[in-house]
Design a protein around this ligand. Structure first.
Ligand SMILES: Cc1cc2nc3c(=O)[nH]c(=O)nc-3n(C[C@H](O)[C@H](O)[C@H](O)COP(=O)(O)OP(=O)(O)OC[C@H]3O[C@@H](n4cnc5c(N)ncnc54)[C@H](O)[C@@H]3O)c2cc1C
Length: 312
């Protein structure tokens, strides 16, 4: 068993997990965040391309839930954010240095263990015991899971079939959609002079839309749902070459260079569960929260996990 187990484990250091952990930490709980990623943020992720921050997950966020804004207060004070440019959600904000500044600021002062992939969860006496791919185990009386529902269900595949089925049922209800995103860098000039961030690359069946230009020379492309589903299992290298060809066909005078593609298997949910979080009287101490509960957004994810945290 690992040393110094916490009072509460939060699985997932995305926006939901970080918001809950911030609040619990302020309340005086010892909280441990576990995440399989190399950094915090989950679907809020930025890569630096030619010195520019390119957001290849969510590009912007709203600040329309007062409880969340209160918990984010210190983090927001240390992050430069401005109203989103034309083409993005008009009620949202963007971070000049990339949206990952927000989860990074939230994580300050929290105990986060990265590159830790949880593989199995079971109940042992009054504790939730998490096993990881590296053979470590962590235990706590309370556990908040913020991984997407299909991934959460898999934790219980061999330890709690009933719970696995309950979570899978919820996953069917919310219906996740996947999304390929790609970061494109233009080799020549400043790139094509386009006024809209939502240019269609293919006629008729939308293949992809240009979602963000940071600045004109770097684009982040979000593939449409239909196109993503058709190419879901393709290798990232195939996506990169397909997108490059499409861009060159569209803008023959400019030289696009598709830098990298990222598959978000559980990008967004179609409809929320419409409950703040999931828990069960016969599984005490355990809850699931995230964007699938209230709204598929940073705010929705944060509010869901925070509502659980406020009740602890
Ligand atoms: C392309 C794209 C564009 C978007 N655009 C917007 C937008 O403009 N505005 C907006 O508000 N929202 C947007 N969203 C949605 C928004 O990003 C999500 O709703 C929100 O980030 C979800 O946060 P979360 O904490 O619930 O989940 P996640 O961010 O998915 O966090 C879950 C965490 O759990 C971790 N995890 C999963 N499995 C394991 C495991 N086995 N072991 C350890 N850790 C694990 C993951 O690494 C991850 O960090 C967008 C999403 C995508 C993909």
């Amino acid at each position: 068993m690992s040393q110094s187990n916490p009072q509460i484990i939060v699985l997932g250091a995305g926006i939901a997990g970080l918001t809950a952990a911030t609040h619990l930490n302020e309340k005086g709980y010892s909280v441990l965040l576990l995440d399989k990623g190399r950094g915090v943020g989950g679907r809020v992720a930025t890569r630096r391309v030619k010195d520019f921050p390119a957001n290849h997950g969510a590009p912007c966020f709203r600040l329309d839930r007062p409880d969340v804004v209160q918990v984010w207060k210190n983090a927001l004070a240390s992050v430069a954010f401005t109203p989103a440019p034309l083409g993005l959600d008009p009620r949202a904000y963007v971070c000049a240095e990339g949206i990952s500044q927000l989860p990074k600021a939230l994580a300050k002062g929290l105990t986060v263990k990265l590159e830790t992939t949880v593989t199995q969860i079971e109940r042992q006496q009054d504790l939730w015991r998490l096993s990881t791919s590296s053979g470590e185990t962590w235990e706590a009386p309370k556990l908040l899971i913020t991984a997407p529902l299909p991934q959460a269900a898999a934790f219980f595949r061999t330890t709690d079939k009933v719970l696995e089925q309950r979570i899978l049922h919820a996953a069917d209800t919310v219906r996740y959609s996947p999304q390929w995103t790609a970061i494109v860098s233009w080799e020549t000039g400043l790139g094509p002079e386009i006024e809209t961030s939502y240019l269609r690359l293919a006629e008729g069946e939308a293949m992809a839309t240009i979602h963000e230009q940071v600045p004109r020379k770097i684009w982040v492309i979000h593939a449409s749902r239909t196109w993503t589903e058709q190419h879901l299992e393709a290798e990232a290298t195939t996506i990169v070459s397909t997108l490059s060809q499409e861009l060159m066909r569209h803008f023959p005078e400019a030289k696009p260079f598709v830098m990298q593609a990222h598959r978000w298997r559980f990008a967004r949910t179609e409809r929320p569960l419409e409950q703040s979080f999931m828990d069960w009287a016969d599984r005490p101490g355990l809850a699931l929260a995230g964007d699938f509960c209230l709204e598929s957004s940073l705010m929705g994810a944060a509010q869901s996990a925070l509502t659980w945290a406020m009740r602890q």
